[in-house]
Ligand binder design. Sequence first.
Ligand SMILES: [Zn+2]
Length: 227
Amino acid sequence: MLFLFLGPIAMSESSRLRLYAVSPARFHTCFYCGCDASEFDLVYPGAFSELLSRFDSEIEGYEIPACSECYRALRRERAPNIDQRIDKAKQAIAKQYSKALTVYQMWEPDEVEELSDDLRISIQAGVKLGRETQQRLDFSGYEFELDGAKFPALMVNRHRFEVFGEIFDSYRQALSFASKAYRIPKAKLAQGFAEHGHCFERAITAHHQQMESRLVKSAVIGLGLER
Ligand SMILES: [Zn+2]
């Protein structure tokens, strides 16, 4: 394994292996979210066992470049597998910036333009932060070197959203589409989505059933048939 010494791969003092980005543009980039990395997340020795053909019992673990936020989120996290750690980091980011994410998901640019100055500035700031947060959540890692071998970016389980046959990569796109196509206010639909097992189709169906029964009720009242 002489080539080990040609690249930046090296054992640190504590026999931890460090993960390196293949592309120099990705050096110092958080592996979890794509922000600037300033720390190393210390990962259980078996974290990459599915990728590495051998499991070296002498390795204490791996050092993964991480930004300060992901590092803090994972510091006490016992999840051993790298995929699980990616999920945990993203859950922490989503929780931390949930308000900004909601603003980003709810507001269309033309709606924001119509607001009064103060409100517009505040909503625009929320949209910007929400967009950046979404990019961190969508970040799918980078090609990396580990223990002398190169690996493609790990495929992060990206969520896809379906609305009666239409597929969307993001919740925001799906919400925007479904709100327009099925004439349901975004806030109402978002609430329904949460209440109906994170399923747009069930939320839409439930909303329309509710509207229908309301219509029937008001027709009945209008006819003076209600007792
Ligand atoms: Zn990060």
